[in-house]
Ligand binder design. Structure first.
Ligand code: UD1
Ligand code: UDP
Length: 374
């Protein structure tokens, strides 16, 4: 097979984390791949923060982020930038991961340019285009365009099959987030924590568009009241820079002695913070995948998830942005050790850390064994 030019596209924090191990793997095979890294910088600071963890530098930087950007801003700026880049770079394959607007706009740009597109973390579905918004739409568009669908689980692969995608284009690779986690956690030390030594803490993240407004306020007031009732339990909240989250976080949670708000943590600090946490309170996709590998229960601040495996296995519990469900689950997990252990000890359904190797093998036509069999 001739040497392939592979353009790896990254827009946001989770894409940097999940594409980094693929880039590192492709670069182990310089005779097979000329691997180029493009950042759209839909997230400017958080993408840079993550690339530094993996010691990666972009070859191309579209630098599109604006404060409080709209979906239209991101879509238009990525499509324009990608069109120009594809015309010059002429990659053999473009790889992008997940369901952000960067991924959707990249997929469309590839479609217009007749460029082969490979979708990492393919096939996740809730079945409802409005939830999560706009991610379900974004990943469906990516799925329409992809030549290679790298599904993390058999369930996600079967979602694609049910939609009519040919099985020969679908591969079950595991999720590259487990590769990233394994790369980082075993080789790094926990940095100093802002929580007092020995104190139990909840690690919280909250940023999804569908709970902006009333949902975010209900989550934060519930956490505020829990923290006041339990002064010995800490809540550590690395706040996402989105202004829709920053404002309510400061006004509702600011000033409480046992609620510690920091800026976004780099991946090393965040994984060690997860490892030390009693449990996770989160609406993040990636956290739902990492938590089973780290044996941490997750109360998922969403009503539906495209990651049912963690819920089915028992690590993740959907509580939505609802006071009664969040309170009941928190009180139970801090008092009922058996319930806690059932969640914490559930198996990890998201792979073995070899997903990037599989993706590289598939691109070299040596990955038939990972093709979906129905
Ligand atoms: C985006 C993705 C979401 C993903 C999340 C991961 C879309 C539509 N949404 O949501 O699917 O779960 O990233 O975190 O693709 N900002 C900064 N610095 C940064 C990053 C963001 O200041 O490094 C601020 C900016 O004001 C920016 C705003 O956050 O305009 C929102 O960023 P955006 O990417 O549009 O949305 P997210 O909520 O981060
Ligand atoms: N993460 C991080 N620092 C933080 C918060 C999250 O490194 O302060 C990591 C986390 O481990 C996971 C990813 O970021 O791998 C999830 O990103 P995010 O929640 O922004 O996006 P989602 O996964 O919901 O798309």
């Amino acid at each position: 097979m001739k040497r392939q030019k592979v353009l790896c596209v990254i827009g946001t924090r989770p894409e940097a984390i999940k594409v980094a191990p693929v880039i590192l793997e492709l670069r182990k095979h310089p005779d097979d791949f000329d691997t180029r890294v493009l950042v759209t910088a839909q997230h400017r600071q958080m993408t840079d923060q993550m690339l530094a963890v993996f010691d990666l530098k972009p070859d191309i930087d579209l630098d599109i982020m604006k404060a409080n950007q709209t979906l239209r801003d991101v879509t238009a700026r990525v499509m324009q930038g990608m069109e120009d880049v594809l015309a010059v770079e002429k990659p053999d394959v473009v790889l992008a991961q997940g369901d952000t607007t960067t991924v959707m706009a990249t997929a469309v740009a590839c479609f217009y340019a007749h460029a082969a597109f490979g979708h990492i973390e393919a096939g996740l579905r809730t079945g409802n285009c409005w939830e999560p918004f706009p991610e379900e739409f974004n990943r469906r568009v990516a799925g329409l365009v992809a030549r290679y669908h790298f599904a993390p689980t058999r369930g996600s692969a079967m979602n694609l099959h049910r939609e009519g995608t040919a099985p020969r284009a679908i591969y079950v690779t595991g999720n590259t987030v487990i590769d990233a986690l394994q790369l980082v956690i075993s080789r790094t030390q926990a940095p100093a924590r802002p929580v007092p030594d020995g104190a139990p803490y909840i690690l919280m993240t909250c940023h999804r568009r569908e709970i902006f407004g009333d949902g975010v306020r209900e989550v934060f007031t519930t956490v505020r009241d829990f923290a006041k009732r339990h002064p010995d339990i800490y809540v550590w909240y690395p706040v996402h820079p989105n202004p829709n989250v920053q404002g309510p976080a400061q006004s509702i949670l600011g000033g409480l002695p046992n609620v510690i708000m920091t800026g976004p943590l780099d991946y090393i600090a965040f994984l060690h913070a997860m490892r030390g946490a009693y449990l996770m309170l989160s609406d993040s996709g990636g956290v739902q995948e990492e938590a089973p590998a780290l044996h941490k229960p997750v109360l998922v601040l969403r009503d539906v998830t495209e990651r049912p495996e963690g819920v089915e296995q028992g690590t993740c519990l959907l509580v939505g942005p609802h006071r009664d469900r969040i309170e009941a689950a928190l009180e139970r997990l801090f008092t009922d050790r058996a319930a806690y252990d059932r969640m914490a000890q559930a198996p990890n359904p998201y792979g073995d850390g070899q997903s990037s190797e599989r993706i590289a093998a598939i691109l070299r036509n040596k990955g038939d064994e990972w093709r979906l069999v129905v």
